[in-house]
Design a protein around this ligand. Structure first.
Ligand SMILES: [Zn+2]
Length: 366
């Protein structure tokens, strides 16, 4: 069976026997050194070394003259040591080693690289202790470890499976406490809303507003006549609102006093993907203080759904309103993707996420 290894450089190197390597005139490192040659690129093959290590073979066609510095050490501190395999390696400074891509094992480990070949050079520490250098080119990329325990291979979110499960259990418990709390909200003061726009950008204008309360009562459902935009061909296909339909509608400015009154009477304003809606509706308020007050009442049903599926349904990958409704088995009320149907859909999803949103905590002694 032919084995091969994949080096960190991405090169795949096949295993060969010593006999095959010789037949192909492959050279090992010791021979390269004697010939003052250096590899130009990844090794051509490898064999298992005598003492369990790895011997790399280099293609004689892919060699370069080695830098004179590699075989001519001007500082005259020449010293070699003989490895167990019989190969002699040379002493060189840390700086010179790095210029050839040779590093101590700890450095390579810190780079998540695994050393499989014997050392290619060495240096001595101040206390004369040997520090071996290994060729970065022939290392393997190590799997990344869990950031929490450091013992196992990462599974998700930089954690191993066990740490991920543990972390998920904590988040799930927090999420469940948040969702199952008794909020005691007044259904008439919790509003669900949906806006349709002429486009997706900040300068786009609102062309429809739907607001329902949590009793399912329609508070406002109106088209809005934009004042700057004349056509919106692209979004027209999505929401079906044409310039003709809005030509007699009120402008946002005309509707503003009514909208402000509705918002003033609300404790919460909830939408599915509320950030776009907020970034347009906030302009009915002139001051930053009023906008902040509005923002503090706003809740995003999509964010809550995303949190829920992260904690309970990792199998669900998408989080559109349609996905959320399907997840809880909620049917569309009316034509899907009209403002009214979306608003009612959002209201129902919210009630599945927060089953006690409109209830007070039961008495402890009951
Ligand atoms: Zn772990």
């Amino acid at each position: 069976m032919k084995e091969s290894i994949r080096l960190r450089s991405g090169a795949t190197v096949p295993q060969v026997s010593y006999r095959e390597a010789q037949a192909k005139n492959y050279l090992d490192r010791a021979t390269l050194k004697l010939m003052h040659l250096a590899p130009d690129g990844a090794p051509a093959a490898y064999s298992e070394g005598k003492n369990g290590g790895v011997v790399f073979w280099f293609d004689p066609e892919k060699l370069t003259e080695s830098d004179p510095e590699l075989w001519y050490a001007p500082d005259a501190r020449q010293e070699t040591v003989k490895l167990e395999s019989g190969t002699e390696i040379e002493r060189m400074s840390m700086r010179r080693a790095a210029s050839f891509g040779y590093y101590p094992k700890e450095r390579l480990t810190a780079m998540h690289l695994e050393v499989i070949e014997e050392p290619v050079a060495f240096t001595r520490r101040r206390d004369k202790e040997i520090v071996y250098f290994y060729d970065k080119m022939t290392t393997l990329r190590m799997p990344l470890m869990c950031v929490k325990c450091g013992k196992d291979v990462r599974f998700k979110k930089k954690l191993c499976r066990a740490c991920y499960e543990e972390d998920l259990a904590v988040r799930r418990a927090e999420g469940d406490a948040h969702r199952n709390a008794y909020y005691g909200m007044d259904r008439s003061r919790v509003l669900f809303f949906d806006l349709e726009l002429t486009g997706f950008y900040d300068h786009d204008e609102i062309i429809s507003i739907s607001i329902f309360n949590a009793l399912g009562e329609k508070i406002m459902d109106t088209l809005v006549r934009p004042v700057h935009t004349k056509k919106w061909k692209r979004t027209e296909k999505i929401h079906g609102i044409t310039p003709e339909m809005v030509k007699d509608a009120q402008t946002l400015e005309e509707l503003t006093p009514q909208i402000k009154e509705i918002f003033a009477g609300a404790d919460n304003l909830i939408a599915y993907g509320v950030s776009t809606d907020y970034s347009h509706i906030k302009y009915i308020y002139a001051t930053e203080k009023e906008r902040k007050a509005l923002h503090s009442k706003i809740r995003c049903c999509a964010n809550e759904f995303v949190r829920y599926i992260h904690e309970h349904r990792p199998d669900i990958e998408h989080a559109s309103l349609t996905d959320a409704m399907a997840c809880f088995g909620i049917e569309w009320d009316g034509v899907a993707h009209t403002s009214i149907a979306d608003t009612i859909g959002c209201m129902k999803v919210w009630e599945k996420l927060f089953p006690h949103y409109y209830e007070n905590e039961p008495e402890a002694n009951e």
